[in-house]
Design a protein around this ligand. Sequence first.
Ligand code: G3I
Length: 322
Amino acid sequence: NPSLRALAERAGVRIGTAVDMAALADDRTYRRTTAREFNSVTAENVMKWESVEPQRGVYDWKPADDLVRYAHAHGQVVRGHTLVWHSQLPGWLTTGVADGSIDATELRGILRNHITTEVKRYKGRIQQWDVVNEVFEEDGSLRNSIWLQQLGPSYIADAFRWAHAADPKAKLFLNDYNVEGVNAKSTAYYELVKELKAVGVPVQGFGIQGHLAIQYGFPGQVAENLARFEALGMQTAFTEVDVRMILPVDEEKSATQASYFRRLLDACLGARSCKSFTVWGYTDKYSWVPGVFEGQGAATPMDEEYGRKPAYGELREGLAAG
Ligand code: G3I
């Protein structure tokens, strides 16, 4: 039985997963399965700012370096996640901004330094970077983060320019959730991309996270959404796919989940711009979902014992057909 990875390689696409570095260190089955099933990996947490610079000027690259080395050893590409986000910022940074000891001018320099340092460290080893993550609200207005408050909307263009200068070959992505289909939020990204491109900002990709929940149904107009970004010359990617449900699992929910995974995969395979499809963890053993959504879970293609669910089968069939 061919792995997802073998089928993806035949189809000329990347099948990826988020990687939990604690699990990679402790769990042999996790290590083996990650290598066998995937040809792309994303750090679930260890490339985020709070992880790489826990104290100002004190860096901890060890877990991120470990992932990049693991990927190289197993012939996998790496998606870098993520440079600019409102969440998982180091305490020294949020505190400094809140108490006024870091002003806007200094903050801009700190951001520039963060992007430059991290992107340069992995220069040539990251295929796609999520440069800015989750910058819009559901209604399409810019998210009210310390970046917007202190630096104004130009922080987005600056981030892409700084990342590009640090690694001109990495593909630079916007990334968000609830942007699978055509809606106010994805349309805000579409307009932003047009504006950025019009003034020559180096932005090459639109990352669609793909955190779905079966109780909310499947998003509409996914193919149309991919097509409009493709028409702007953008690459697209599904970057964090999982499909949660209200527990307990039953056969019907499991079948619905499988069809949602398949429909997102088919949307990717049906678009020339989409060559990368990443799940946000592949075993329920390490999924972030139950910790955040009480009473929900079972969101990944394998159960806690690495048993393959119908969703795994649909991914396999989709890749085999693609
Ligand atoms: O590292 C500490 C550890 O030292 C401590 O013992 C433990 C106790 O709670 O917490 C650990 O940190 C946790 C971290 O994951 C690593 O496990 C944080 O509390 C927890 O908040 C953090 O959650 C991550 C979340 O982002 C943070 O917002 C999830 O694992 C991760 O899956 C999730 O990923 C995000 C993407 O980056 C962006 N898109 C949405 C996606 C899901 O929320």
